[in-house]
Design a protein around this ligand. Structure first.
Ligand code: NAI
Length: 359
């Protein structure tokens, strides 16, 4: 890996490596940007194939957090933490050592829960640092709000692409029925959508199909259905040359992070196939909006305003992509960068300090 070249190209401010052999901790924290405020981003524990894979993940996810926060109009920057470990080796001393690593950054990085970490794990991290959010899962944790944001994104996309106001009878294929996907399915069912659902855990899919009158589809086929919307709510990197050529839906709108295997190539392929893609970090910002408000003091009304902005921002991105003849992914990136520039200019004018967090 050409580390410094990569960091420069992706625009990271700092990448920190931490090794505590006694605690069995190998972790990386990437701070992409603090231009809008302290870097926020959840921590993922994962048995990465190699340290290079971990680094690639943390660099890409932290940059995504910068764009996510900017598109959601939140005064925070982007960061991410990864712990390289098998989930079965997770233990208190490892989590506490990670907490000390986070604490050493003195609030430049605020973290929460991602893959393979639970609220009780966060409590252990929190015992060593104040810079942790989501410990108490206020308002049910981030997933319900992520799903609510995805629903708003689907509405915006359907309005823009299909000129439809109602979700009644809309055919939607939901891939992945975990915390977010199951809520997306529920919200769509409540609005009368015609649902096709899939999960590698077939019992989960069958149970939800009974509850919502949905049709279960095999994981190998869910993205190939002739529906109005394909909603990827499972793992990242699903949109690649093979899968995109099989998609028949005119809209891709789901919660999964890092959906495009290659941002440029596969963003362009979706556009070339006339498929409207809702950029992942814009449509799935509901969870970040939730944890941000959890951090500053929860206010339902402000959270709802933040959530509704996902709908407006997506429409702005679709218009921008159409008029500039660029991909929606590129339009979202440009919008985020514009918002960061504007906010920096305003801050320079007011010579105000960035938001400081102290728990
Ligand atoms: P989860 O782990 O609860 O659910 C994922 C589900 O996808 C599981 O039920 C799993 O069995 C299923 N799955 C995995 N591979 C599959 C495949 N090939 N086909 C069908 N199903 C498959 O995760 P969660 O929290 O629901 O998140 C889903 C996605 O949304 C992830 O990519 C996550 O990074 C992203 N996301 C989640 C947020 C949240 O608030 N939880 C916030 C923003 C993004």
């Amino acid at each position: 890996v050409k580390l410094f070249e990569t960091i420069q190209e992706m625009g990271h401010q700092q990448v920190l490596f931490h090794h505590d052999p006694e605690a069995g901790l190998k972790a990386i924290i990437a701070i992409h940007s603090q231009d809008l405020g302290p870097a926020m981003g959840a921590t993922r524990l994962f048995p990465y194939q190699s340290e290079g894979h971990a680094l690639h993940d943390v660099l890409r996810l932290s940059r995504g957090m910068t764009y996510k926060a900017a598109c959601a109009n939140l005064p925070v920057g982007g960061g991410k933490g990864v712990i390289i470990a098998d989930p079965s080796h997770k233990n208190d001393s490892m989590l506490k050592a990670y907490g000390r690593f986070v604490e050493s950054l003195k609030g430049q990085f605020i973290t929460g829960q991602d893959v393979n970490l639970s609220p009780p794990d966060l409590k252990k991290i929190r015992s060593e640092t104040d810079y942790v959010v989501g410990v108490e899962e206020i308002a049910g944790g981030p997933a319900p709000l992520t799903a609510a944001g995805v629903l708003l994104g689907i509405k915006a996309a359907v309005e823009f692409k299909l000129q439809r106001q109602s979700l009644e009878g809309l055919k939607v294929a939901v891939q992945g029925l975990g915390n977010v996907g199951s809520s997306v399915a529920r919200l769509l069912a409540e609005r009368g959508a015609d649902l096709f659902i899939s999960d590698i855990k077939t019992d989960v899919a069958e149970e939800l199909a009974d509850r919502y009158g949905a049709t279960v589809v095999s994981p190998a086929e869910i993205h190939t259905l002739p529906v109005d919307v394909f909603s990827p709510c499972a793992m990242g990197g699903f949109l690649n040359s093979r899968t995109i050529s099989q998609i028949q839906a005119p809209i891709v709108a789901g919660a999964a992070n890092n959906q495009l295997e290659s941002e440029q190539q596969h963003g362009q392929l979706l556009t070339a196939r006339d498929i409207l893609y809702c950029p992942d970090y814009v449509i799935n910002a509901g969870g970040l909006i939730n944890v941000y408000h959890d951090m500053i003091g929860y206010c339902d009304q402000k959270v709802m305003t933040g959530l509704n902005s996902i709908y407006d921002t997506l429409l702005e991105i679709f218009d921008k992509a159409k008029s500039l003849e660029i991909t929606t992914h590129e339009a979202a990136k440009q919008l985020a960068e514009e918002r960061i520039r504007q906010s920096k200019t305003q801050a320079d004018r007011q010579t105000s300090k960035p938001l400081a967090y102290s728990a």
